[in-house]
Ligand binder design. Structure first.
Ligand code: UDP
Ligand code: MG
Length: 312
């Protein structure tokens, strides 16, 4: 059995097409399969359409959240419900071509535990997104001690063993692609071209993208915290040198009353640095707080089609 997890947030325009293309691909593979749709608190017709699909297609199942919990949580829930020997994560908008799945399965059968899609080209995304994404994935690699592959999203196949390992990780702020790297196993990167969205608009506005980017770094690195120490030493050193300059000016009789502007500049600069460092510390404390509350990751409103499990 192979499970395919598809997160949905306001995807009414693409859902039917996605289901058709996924079904065609999965039929061609010739193994038992299930399609797990996770409705992440959509506010359009997505849940109705998905429920309709579940009625007609014995392979389809639907989990509906009580509200929007976010993409990373949606795929986590899908993995919790999946029963397949392999679990595939794929976006609903057909940016990740379902036609790549047979190749992923082939690699899995060759003995790889994780087959992730590596984007060698992105079509139909803004120059800004392409540029920031490229920069970000490289920055992330430098910042973290975990070997997170560059230009890789959540489109991937995972063996049951990987899935079970992932389920043991209880953290709330989930950066799934990083966690998969963290658990290890034999991983293979399959290159592909990321297509344009089939229809609709991105569900990742800049704010959500930034939050995901921050989660990636803070989940896997405490280097930003060390940065405070390094900057502290560096700036103290500089200040000390400047102090010597000022003192010698005084000693050797230079007029010392000038320099109001530079004084103000130094003052403002240091205050800025302090606030940034406080912010970094605050971010980590916030994460400790989130984790310590121990709330469930998501709340399910409705499950459809899971009793059909044994029929396929
Ligand atoms: N998504 C979700 N919850 C959210 C935002 C997005 O489940 O809060 C889903 C969305 O329906 C899609 C996938 O996550 O299947 C990727 O989102 P999108 O294609 O909008 O992101 P992009 O490709 O633009 O980065
Ligand atoms: Mg997309």
């Amino acid at each position: 059995m192979i499970s395919v997890v598809i997160p949905l947030y306001n995807e009414e325009e693409v859902l039917t097409e996605t289901h058709a293309r996924l079904s065609a691909v999965m039929r061609s593979v010739g193994e038992a399969y299930e399609l797990i749709f996770v409705n992440d608190g959509s506010r359009d017709k997505t849940p109705e359409i998905a429920a309709g699909l579940c009625e007609k297609d014995p392979h389809a199942r639907l989990i509906s959240f009580s509200r929007n919990f976010g993409h990373q949580i949606a795929i986590t829930a899908g993995m919790d419900y999946a029963v397949g020997d392999a679990v595939i994560l794929i976006d609903a908008d057909l940016q990740d071509p379902p036609e790549l799945i047979p190749e992923m399965i082939k690699k899995w059968k060759e003995g790889y535990h994780v087959v992730y899609g590596k984007r060698i080209k992105r079509n139909g995304e803004t120059a800004f997104k392409k540029f920031t994404a490229k920069l970000y994935y490289r920055f992330l690699r430098r910042m973290t001690d975990v070997n997170i592959p560059t230009d890789t999203g959540d489109f991937r196949l995972m063996d049951r063993k990987v899935c079970e390992a992932m389920k043991k990780l209880g953290e709330r702020n989930r950066y799934v692609r990083g966690l998969v790297s963290w658990v290890g196993f034999r991983q293979y990167g399959l290159e592909y071209i990321r297509e344009e969205r089939f229809a609709g608009k991105t569900k990742y506005p800049l704010k959500k993208m930034l939050r995901l980017a921050m989660d990636g770094i803070t989940s896997f690195s405490n280097k930003p915290l060390k940065l405070a120490t390094y900057m502290g030493f560096f700036l103290s050193g500089l200040s000390f040198i400047y102090l010597l300059v000022v003192l010698s000016q005084k000693l050797f009789g230079y007029p010392t009353a000038w320099g109001w502007a530079s004084l103000l500049a130094v003052q403002l600069f240091f205050n800025g640095v302090m606030l940034i460092m406080l912010g970094i510390i605050g971010t980590y404390i916030g994460r400790i707080y989130e984790e310590s509350k121990g709330r469930p990751l998501y709340i399910v409103r409705e499950e459809i089609g899971f009793s059909k499990k044994d029929e396929n």
